[in-house]
Design a protein around this ligand. Structure first.
Ligand SMILES: Cc1ncc(COP(=O)(O)O)c(C=O)c1O
Length: 410
């Protein structure tokens, strides 16, 4: 194992990496879908149930107070992780999808009206398209899309053309889950603000790989999912500037988000609690805190450098395979989507699985992007902190063998 001094000890933290699949050591390259969990996170979750389990905010007993403190502490860790001004700007949801729905239902239905425009891009995940279509149907808001160029980069000149005083919101992926393209969100935020629009940054694929700074980006909203960054499934993050969150009505209503309830009227708590109705995933959130500690200890700069190194190496090696076509630019983070001849992507994924290599195939929740490229789907390998150069070589070798078997190796 070479290149990344800590990778061996990092791998020791992930018990699942010792598994064998079809008699081969697991090579887990489906990290854009979800990541594996380190022992530190698993232990934190176990410890919570063994020592601290209680519902939060409601009890005056020791366990409830401990659980509440552990839970709220993760808001502070999350705020610091993305350099938010205050932990009050952090709302926990179930996932990034729910965080975008929160903005669409709360901000969108309250403040947007017929004729207003929302600007999206052709490389968005369905989570950043479908919620806005609700506003199109219910409020007559118009959706407009920025296309991508032949290098899989956003056509920045289209922002100039399509942004106007009608644009109220720009919602854009920081990193594409298919192309790996890193979008210039700071520049896009400046352009959006110039016409008075807000910007939502979908950081689902950037939060795991890049150091994030919401204040430098000047994002009005940012969303991400903790399960893509070492944490158990069930926690999403909505960051919102405090003054904007304060203006927004609650999304879900019920227990825990209220100050007082009368039969016909309720009074809500302040941000962020007015957006957190009902019992949250307390244990998952506390596990998320352990995941943030793990990422910070490893160092986000180092993580980005290793991710870029692995995906860059994969780009170079796979582009040497004659029948293989990589979708997206060379300069990328995280994901590498490709086609091999005209093989069904399912055939590629199943063949790789027979060597213990887990990848994803299909449209990766990005049908508009695939259709705009004239494709039905792609095979996608995606990398993370525990992957190694040897694993990239195994991927290359297995694909070479498949090409040979299929008679497309020339
Ligand atoms: C770019 C992007 N946005 C949003 C999502 C949605 O994340 P979740 O399913 O955790 O809500 C994903 C998931 O793959 C994604 O890649």
């Amino acid at each position: 194992m070479s290149g990344y001094p800590e990778v061996l000890s990092i791998r020791e933290d992930f018990p699942i990496l010792k598994r064998k699949i079809e008699g081969h050591p697991l090579v887990y390259l489906d990290n854009a879908a979800t990541t594996q969990k380190p022992r530190q996170v698993i232990d934190t979750v176990r410890r919570f149930y063994e020592f601290h389990n209680a519902n939060i905010h409601r009890g005056k007993h020791t366990l409830s107070e401990e659980a509440s403190e552990l839970y709220e502490d993760v808001k502070k860790k999350t705020a610091s992780f993305i350099n938010a001004k205050s932990w009050r700007e952090i709302v926990f949801t179930r996932n990034a999808t729910e965080a975008i729905n929160l903005v669409a239902y709360s901000y969108g239905t309250e403040f947007l009206k017929e004729g207003d425009e929302i600007l999206l891009t052709m490389m968005e995940h369905h989570a950043n398209i479908v919620p806005w279509q609700m506003l199109q149907e219910k409020k007559g808001v118009k959706l407009r899309f920025i296309n991508i160029d032949s290098n899989s980069l956003l056509r920045m000149e289209e922002f100039e053309e399509k942004l106007s005083e009608r644009t109220k919101l720009v919602s854009v992926a920081h990193v594409s889950n298919v192309l790996g393209t890193v979008n210039p969100v700071r520049e896009i935020a400046k352009m959006a603000h110039r016409v008075g629009a807000l910007i939502l940054v979908d950081a689902a694929q950037s939060a795991p790989h890049l150091p994030l700074n919401v204040r430098e980006i000047d994002a009005d909203f940012m969303v991400f999912s903790s399960h893509k960054m070492l944490e158990p499934t069930g926690i999403g993050v909505l960051y919102g500037k405090e003054e904007i969150l304060e203006k927004m009505p609650p999304f879900l209503r019920g227990g825990d988000m209220i100050k007082r309830v009368k039969p016909y009227k309720s009074y809500f708590k302040e941000v962020p609690w007015k957006f957190e109705a009902g019992t949250p995933d307390i244990c998952g959130t506390i596990g998320f805190g352990a995941a943030i500690d793990y990422l910070k200890k490893t160092g986000m700069e180092k993580i980005e450098a290793w991710d870029r190194h692995l995906v860059g190496m994969a780009y170079k090696l796979l582009s040497e395979i004659p029948a293989l076509k990589i979708i997206g630019p060379e300069d990328r983070v995280g994901a590498l989507s490709f086609l091999l001849g005209d093989l069904e992507t399912e055939r590629i994924a199943l063949f790789l699985n027979s060597y213990g290599i887990s990848i994803r195939e299909g449209c990766h929740c990005a049908q508009p992007l695939h259709r705009s490229l004239g494709l039905w789907g792609t095979a996608r390998a995606s990398f993370y902190i525990y992957n190694t150069e040897e694993e990239v070589l195994k991927l290359r070798d297995a694909l070479l063998e498949l090409a040979k078997i299929e008679g497309i190796s020339e």
